[in-house]
Design a protein around this ligand. Sequence first.
Ligand code: DGY
Length: 323
Amino acid sequence: MSSPRILLTRRWPAHVERAMAAEFDVIFNENDQPMSQKQLAEAMREVDILCPTVSDRIDAEVIGEAPKVKLIANYGVGFDHIDLSAAKSRGVAVSNTPGVLTQATADIAFTLLLMAARRAGEGERELRAGKWTGWRPTHLMGASLAGKTLGLVGFGRIAQAVARRAHHGFGMKIAYYGRREAEPEIAQRYQAQFHENLHSLLRISDAVSLHVPGGAETRHLIDSTALKSMRPHAYLVNTARGEVVDHTALTNALENKLIAGAGLDVYPEEPSIPKGLTKLENVVLLPHLGSATNETRIAMGMKALANVEAFLSGKPLPDPVLL
Ligand code: DGY
């Protein structure tokens, strides 16, 4: 391939953009606004490699408009925004950036859990509004985490990093639900108890953190029935994908105190926030910050770059997405 052209759909940390531009002919989305489907399709006609993010929708139509594109090197680990079967049928390879955002995302899951359980968002809003009247024994009492059970839905890399914080740092008990039981030494590390049934996990958990991929298989895994299985004093944390939760059911559960609270970093139609949530006190809302540290965002870019380099030199992709 002679002088390959690469499209970055959003601005990346300057360090990685420089590294990419030093080697390749790179097209940047200068104003860093999300590209419409039409803009994407048009831009992709001219390029050999596409580097999208979770804020793009790389559907069959967009892929169909890009005869030259041979690799989609995603800037991020999740790839539910890419139509993999369209990529496969067009002979387009796909890579992602696993591993490098595990710790940062686990930090945000734990931030949300602590903020929800200790009512930190409520407290901050009260203080900034000038409504704090001073210390009193019954002011904004939350829940302690020590000794409580954290239920992890999915038990991959990020879930295990959350388990480490919860078990070793905060003295929580760990239970998990997944497609299969973890290796004995991993389960042992956190004394994690396996549940093959989601509802049995939800029934015994004081807090639940979601760590499953997005997409059709997990859409609305947490629906009204699942929320009813949760304990009334329990918290729900989502740093995975918005569509895993039925937000109408969640808003109803929060309004009617079916659960104590929630902490969310992801939403089904970002950047819009499901109706009703911003009015509730018992939910903490973050703007998809899971991987947002300087170190992590640079590492994600370097990983995407390594995949591009490997692809262009005919080597196996370091991080292929199985098609
Ligand atoms: C991912 O990588 O999938 C995150 O959601 C964005 O960092």
